[in-house]
Design a protein around this ligand. Structure first.
Ligand SMILES: [Zn+2]
Length: 147
């Protein structure tokens, strides 16, 4: 799962990934090619951007809902996998043609994308805070037990 820093970086760089060609270009080193259901074209058409790391070469992330999927198999259908893991993604449910998008449409989508990002960051920060509280409680309990 992506860290807060990685998530923040992706949110910023994915602003231009509304463009299908840019998403396609991110899949230059994608391991699944011909004879697969998850080719670079199909991955990009389903809203994914290739975000490989040294340990995770097949990580793909939706530019819109920021869901991160890995462990792809040749028979995985990108659109179906995206829908299964993120059924409310605005990219999947948007019936507008992205090439016909007006400035107002784009601003609405960016506003929705920003809300998703803020929500994800908020959840991650709350999880960190809960862990810190648990650690502090355990530490205090240990301290009181020694008294
Ligand atoms: Zn999505």
């Amino acid at each position: 799962m992506a860290s807060i820093d990685v998530l923040s970086s992706r949110f910023s760089t994915f602003q231009s990934m509304h463009l299908l060609d840019l998403r396609k270009q991110s899949f230059v080193d994608w391991p699944f090619r011909d004879e697969c259901k998850c080719t670079p074209d199909k991955m990009a058409n389903a809203g994914f951007v290739h975000c490989p790391s040294e340990n995770e070469p097949d990580v793909a992330c939706c530019f819109y809902c920021l869901i991160e999927l890995e462990g792809w198999e040749p028979d995985d259908d990108p659109w179906s996998e995206h829908l299964k893991r993120s059924p409310d993604c605005g990219f999947l449910t948007n019936i507008n043609d992205f090439t016909e998008m007006t400035v107002v449409d784009f601003c609405r989508m960016e506003k929705a994308r920003l809300k998703i990002f803020i929500k994800k960051i908020g959840h991650k920060k709350m999880a960190c805070l809960r862990e810190e509280v648990d650690r502090t409680l355990q530490s205090l309990q240990s301290l009181f037990d020694t008294l």
